[in-house]
Write a new protein. Structure first.
Length: 434
């Protein structure tokens, strides 16, 4: 039975359009959702880039239930409980380099706002209080907090919300169909776009800049893959001027590229990293900031009785989220899911790239277990073609995600070749009709 749909104000949704013709997911197992009539719908998006280990994982459910029965809630302000200590320690086995100080949040948005605050407070703790400026990137998506939309670069997410944070600048985005259309993996063209950071640094003076934040692979804007050498350049410019580099790995974290993090895949280590989503396989809200030990240590200088960072959430390190995350990490390790993702990624990418030639498609971008398929916009109706694709795919048992006229795909890492064949086949049929 479909409940009354009125009262729930849906996020990032055309409420009236949806409620007139709802798409309700009622249950899920493995690679599939089921609707209320038990129709199976192939999950091409791991929910919302988060169910990396596939749906309905029993060991996570058991861990959550046991935790609920043992300790339902405990604060982490001036108190502790085992979960976040154990989880943070466990995460340090997979964090890149020395990003071993872990601050827990409840979402990616909170992780981003926490990282931005930590960056500014870090410089202040070092005696560099003039470093407050934050640099994001056009088309960047960093969640929906005021910090995140300020450094983010998607106009529709910003324009309704006033002047946002002051002291924010943006790098240019790296999207360019003329040079990079149909690139598989990292495009050849575009590393020079990172040089714009030099211009921004010169404009404001390095002594005013706290941090640069980017998604290593931009997801929500429609899958923009960093050009070869681009992230390395950002890293070296940040190093030159004492600016912190923050990677927002909310979608790339936990195996999406076939490595634990995009930092591993691209071999570029940030100073701070934001994660969420896959940390609990999406089943309990949780996010985190991974900070370099040296950043943490900078805060540990004053009197031992003083709170070092006046920041946190009632649910930072929530027992249930920690239990879910620990069980999730166990699955990733026991089933070697990151390695599996790496192994199947070439098949995935070839299969998606085979859609080239369908007349509505103007670009296909693939990396790891991600794909972006850009459609030609219908003149005067941007987004309409991709929305139609979403609706038709759903009717034909396939869940995709769209942003503007771009289809973004990010299946669970447990995907196998027959699922990929089925997904691509459905997509080809639907796209050919648009
Ligand atoms: C790169 C990135 N950062 C931040 C977020 C925000 O995460 P949340 O929706 O959990 O707040 C997202 C969500 O998709 C994301 O893709």
């Amino acid at each position: 039975m479909t409940p009354d749909l009125n009262a729930f104000w849906m996020p990032f949704t055309a409420n009236r359009q949806f409620k007139a013709n709802p798409r309700i997911l009622a249950s899920a197992q493995g690679m599939y959702y089921q609707d209320q009539n038990a129709r199976e719908i192939l999950d091409g998006t791991a929910g919302l880039w988060c169910v990396n280990a596939g749906h309905g994982r029993k060991t996570i459910a058991t861990a959550v239930q046991q935790q609920l029965e043992t300790l339902d809630y405990a604060p982490t302000f001036q108190m502790g409980h085992p979960g976040p200590f154990e989880l943070a320690q466990r995460l340090t086995h997979i964090t890149p380099a020395d990003l071993n100080a872990i601050f827990f949040t409840n979402s990616g948005s909170e992780a981003v706002d926490s990282a931005l605050k930590i960056a500014i407070a870090y410089h202040r703790a070092k005696g560099d209080a003039s470093r407050t400026r934050l640099i994001g990137r056009e088309r960047g998506y960093h969640g929906t907090g005021f910090g995140g939309i300020s450094v983010g670069g998607i106009a529709s997410n910003r324009k309704a919300f006033g002047p946002l944070l002051s002291g924010v600048d943006h790098l240019p985005h790296t999207h360019n169909l003329e040079h990079n259309a149909y690139s598989k993996g990292q495009p050849e063209w575009g590393a020079h776009l990172a040089d714009d950071l030099e211009r921004i640094v010169t404009l404001h003076d390095p002594s005013t800049i706290a941090a640069v934040i980017v998604e290593p692979v931009a997801g929500s804007t429609g899958v923009l893959i960093p050009p070869k050498g681009y992230l390395e350049k950002l890293r070296s410019i940040c190093d030159r001027y004492g600016i912190l580099l923050i990677f927002d790995e909310v979608i790339t974290g936990f195996g999406r590229l076939g490595t634990a993090f995009a930092a591993d895949y691209f071999n570029v280590v940030p100073d701070l990293m934001c994660v969420a989503k896959g940390i609990t396989n999406g089943c309990v809200p949780m996010g985190a900031v991974f900070a370099k030990e040296s950043i943490y240590n900078t805060f540990m200088q004053g009197p031992e009785t003083a709170i070092e960072l006046f920041h946190g959430y009632t649910y930072s390190g929530h027992p249930i989220a920690c239990a879910a995350a620990l069980a999730t990490l166990e699955i990733y390790q026991n089933e070697q899911l990151f390695e599996k993702a790496a192994a199947i990624a070439p098949y995935w990418q070839d299969a998606i790239q085979s859609l080239k030639g369908i007349s509505s498609i103007i670009d296909i971008r693939t990396i790891g277990l991600i794909a972006g398929i850009e459609l030609a916009s219908i003149p005067g109706s941007p987004g309409a073609r991709a929305y139609q694709a979403l609706v038709t795919c759903f009717e034909q048992d396939l869940l995709i995600r769209t942003t503007g006229d771009i289809i973004a795909l990010s299946p669970p890492l447990i995907i196998e070749k027959p699922h990929i064949d089925r997904l691509v086949d459905r997509l080809a049929t639907v796209l050919a009709t648009l």
